[in-house]
Design a protein around this ligand. Sequence first.
Ligand SMILES: *Cc1c(COP(=O)(O)O)cnc(C)c1O
Length: 227
Amino acid sequence: MTIIAEKIQKVRSDIDNVCLACHRDPKSVLLLAVSKTRTDAEIREAYTSGLHAFGENYLQEALEKQTLLSDLEIEWHFIGPIQSNKTRAISEHFDWVHSVDRLKIAERFSAQRPPHLPPLNICIQVNISGEDTKSGCHPEELPELARAIAQLPGVRLRGLMAIPEAEPDSERQRTTFAKVKALMTQLQTEGLDLDTLSMGMSGDLAAAIYEGSTIVRVGTALFGQRT
Ligand SMILES: *Cc1c(COP(=O)(O)O)cnc(C)c1O
């Protein structure tokens, strides 16, 4: 077995164990392989070992790898900061975008999504730790933004994404993820049809799954340290 295949098996068994402990179906958690800075060969190897969803942060890098991997049936997720001048290419080349934090960007996706493709799946990134430097919409602005995006054609609002401040303590990790979950529950109560919580990375995926994550975005634990 290759090193990547072994790491995939380890991450999968971690996910399975957490799901067992909190009575969740492991199939309700998508393992999204975060492949920024990884080569097309590494992605191909992970694909061969059973991963079919990959997350990229940088458009140009992603497009180059997509061309090299066009023989594979990969579901591509854009998870990085979004500049307005990149929305057209993102809407043409991705299935999901996790990092939408303002209406203007969502409107561009809505207008630019090619009609022959299914609606672009969108998560709103929430700035849950309140850090000035982090992107993400403020929790107070979320309901209005979510209602507006949910109306747009060409895109489908699926749920929320969060990148909490790095925190080693697993109880504190859970407290933060529970806040994201509560925000989504509130939106569902208001009638929005949401099914996705994109939260949890290599260092906090267990806490995220306990609190209801449906997509964990994992890089380091699958591919090793980024250089
Ligand atoms: C890089 C990145 C990840 C993966 O982080 P790891 O700690 O390597 O698992 C997840 N989400 C986003 C948005 C990222 O930029």
